[in-house]
Design a protein around this ligand. Structure first.
Ligand SMILES: Cc1cc2nc3c(=O)[nH]c(=O)nc-3n(C[C@H](O)[C@H](O)[C@H](O)COP(=O)(O)O)c2cc1C
Length: 251
């Protein structure tokens, strides 16, 4: 890899006044922002409901910190449904768009959400894709993938004890369709917003999360059967009931 590729990217994707990339938007090829696995077994999630005992926003902001060790306690399905919605769900319809809980540049929504579930009440352990439009899960594989996910996350042990690990991928063309190479700036920002929605929603319900950027890309893509070019894993977040306290970082 060219060792200045990041510096080059930052410089080459700058916007200049009066030199904005023009051209028309190819509306006929506007990307559809909802991936689906039509043949997969579906698990309907209940309508997301704000938990009664949630912390206030100020309490949540003060309480959030990265949690890297989790208790064996499972997440209940209601809490899980709310977490997934808070991360990637639809908040409302307007002007022909389904707007989501996290902002997205151009409302193009390039980030997909997958879940490696180990302990959620009523849901078999396995790998799932979140069907945003239906607020449902699509099962891609059965079994506990904690070990495989931990390996793909540079052997970070927190993925072994998490109740669920959110795995975020990007379908790059959805954003490149409009923003070309500058899209990469926005795609990673979009994912960050989703990760923070997840962290705050989880913290407000007494759960813990830790973001993970340290990923062996090809290994993570293999778990989800992604090609790594059109769609690639870009980010993860572990989540569960916190175990104990103190600085238990392992990065
Ligand atoms: C983009 C991003 C990637 C991160 N990747 C990792 C990681 O791979 N492993 C890890 O243990 N922590 C990771 N973290 C968590 C940071 O280490 C943590 O947020 C930071 O130390 C500040 O602590 P706090 O989150 O408790 O406030 C990541 C955080 C972000 C935002």
């Amino acid at each position: 890899m060219k060792n200045s590729i990041g510096d080059d990217f930052q410089q080459l994707t700058r916007y200049f006044r009066d030199q904005l990339p023009g051209g028309y938007l190819d509306m006929a090829n506007r990307p559809y922002p909802f991936k689906e696995y039509p043949k997969a077994k579906k698990i309907r999630l209940e309508a997301p409901k704000e938990p009664q005992k949630a912390l206030s926003l100020a309490q949540t902001l003060a309480a959030r910190s990265s949690i890297r060790r989790f208790s064996p306690k499972a997440l209940d399905k209601e809490t899980f449904s709310f977490l997934v919605w808070a991360t990637a769900g639809i908040r409302g319809l307007a002007q022909g768009h389904a707007f989501r809980t996290a902002p997205s540049a151009g409302a193009l929504y390039p980030v997909e959400t997958y879940l490696a579930i180990s302990r959620v009440e009523g849901i078999e352990p396995g790998i799932y894709h979140y069907n945003v439009k239906e607020h449902s899960l699509e099962q891609l594989a059965a079994g506990d993938f904690g070990r495989a996910v931990a390996k793909a996350a540079l052997d970070q042990r927190m993925c072994l004890s998490s109740a669920v690990t959110f795995i975020f991928s990007a379908i790059f063309f959805r954003s490149k369709w409009k923003y070309r190479q500058r899209a990469y700036r926005y795609i990673y920002l979009d994912a960050g917003h989703m990760g923070q929605n997840l962290a705050l929603a989880a913290t407000s319900m007494g759960l813990g999360t830790c973001a993970i950027g340290a990923i062996y890309d090809d290994e993570a893509n293999a778990i989800l059967d992604l090609d790594g070019k059109e769609e690639s894993v870009i980010y993860m977040t572990v989540c569960g009931h916190p175990a104990g306290s103190g600085d238990d970082r392992d990065d």
